[in-house]
Design a protein around this ligand. Structure first.
Ligand SMILES: C[S@@+](CC[C@H](N)C(=O)[O-])C[C@H]1O[C@@H](n2cnc3c(N)ncnc32)[C@H](O)[C@@H]1O
Length: 304
């Protein structure tokens, strides 16, 4: 039977409403509150992309994401990790008892849509067997070869790694710069970054637990690898002002420190949004695939 467009739309809408119900049940079951934004209808706290494919919820430094396809619904929140599996017959909810463990990862501790990161683990960190990483770290860390390239472009002096995560970039900057100031507002990830820096033998790093946007710092250059918006950020078009912290605000804040800025952003960025001033866009490929853009300003622009 050929379905009309309106019928397909109705079906998509129905699935979405159902997914929202499931998300709410999962959140209720584990007493996860969205704080001030406990209404799932609140557009600030809930993002819908590709209609029935997933729902994503972010709030301040907390992070909740629910991914849904025909097979599962998954909810992660910082140290907590909840996965709800659904197929046509049943809804099964499991709580990962080892959710606070940051090492000894194995495939079965990761949801299906993140298995690809596990297979790439030695590209993320060549010393992966010794590092600590949390659930968000898995999909947000800069792969080592890209981090090495960035460190070569940004070498020398004091650098701020404003959103250091589990330390993928920080470690490589430490090898090429005199000093790194590494900031993250998530304690768990900052602790991972400290541990990982020790594994790589880096000592010239000052770690700060705090909100980069509120800190008053001095440095020669700043590297910005802000959260893009979760594992499912890759909408057809990415806008820097749709990130959890607006890209324009991050840029303006950073200009108070230095003109020498590098922004690390998704491959589907809108270049025109980043033309605040003279700028260089550098495509970053990994395994032959366009992965991201590094966007350079000030003296970081390669003028040769
Ligand atoms: C994309 S990840 C950075 C990944 C990092 N480049 C790496 O290689 O591991 C972004 C990080 O920014 C942190 N973050 C979010 N908002 C922040 C803020 N206002 N100040 C500092 N860190 C923040 C998140 O906790 C997350 O760890």
């Amino acid at each position: 039977m050929i379905k009309s467009k309106a019928q397909k739309r109705r079906e998509r809408r129905f699935k979405l409403v159902k997914a929202r119900g499931e998300l709410q049940s999962a959140l209720d079951k584990y007493s996860i509150s969205l704080g001030n934004t406990n209404s799932l209808g609140n557009t600030n706290s809930l993002g819908f992309l590709n209609d029935d494919e997933y729902i994503q919820t972010t709030r301040d430094d907390d992070y909740i994401q629910t991914t849904r396809d025909d097979e599962y619904l998954q909810t992660t929140r910082d140290d907590e990790y909840i996965q709800t599996t659904r197929d046509d017959e049943y809804l099964q909810t499991t709580e990962n008892k080892e959710s606070n463990t940051l090492d000894n990862w194995s495939l079965d501790r990761l949801p299906k849509n993140m298995h690809k990161y596990y297979h790439q683990r030695y590209s993320l960190f060549s010393l992966f067997d010794h590092i600590k990483i949390d659930m968000e770290g898995w999909f947000s860390v800069t792969p080592e070869q890209i981090a090495i390239h960035l460190a070569n472009r940004l070498k020398g002096g004091t650098i701020i790694d404003a959103f250091c995560g589990v330390g993928g970039n920080t470690i490589q900057f430490a090898k090429k710069c005199d000093k790194v100031i590494a900031i993250d507002n998530n304690k768990t990830r900052l602790e991972c970054a400290k541990h990982n820096a020790r594994v790589y033998g880096c000592e010239n790093i000052e770690f700060i637990h705090g909100d980069y946007m509120q800190l008053d710092l001095k440095a020669d250059k700043v590297f910005l690898s802000p959260p893009w918006g979760g594992i499912s950020y890759n909408q057809s078009e990415f806008s820097i002002d749709d990130m959890p912290i607006k890209g324009t605000d991050i840029f303006n804040r950073t200009k108070r420190i230095t003109n020498d800025i590098c922004f690390f952003l998704p491959r589907n960025l809108k270049k025109e949004e980043l033309m605040f001033e003279d700028v260089e866009f550098e495509e970053t490929f990994l395994d032959g695939k366009l992965k991201s853009y590094s966007v350079y300003y000030g003296n970081l622009i390669n003028r040769h």
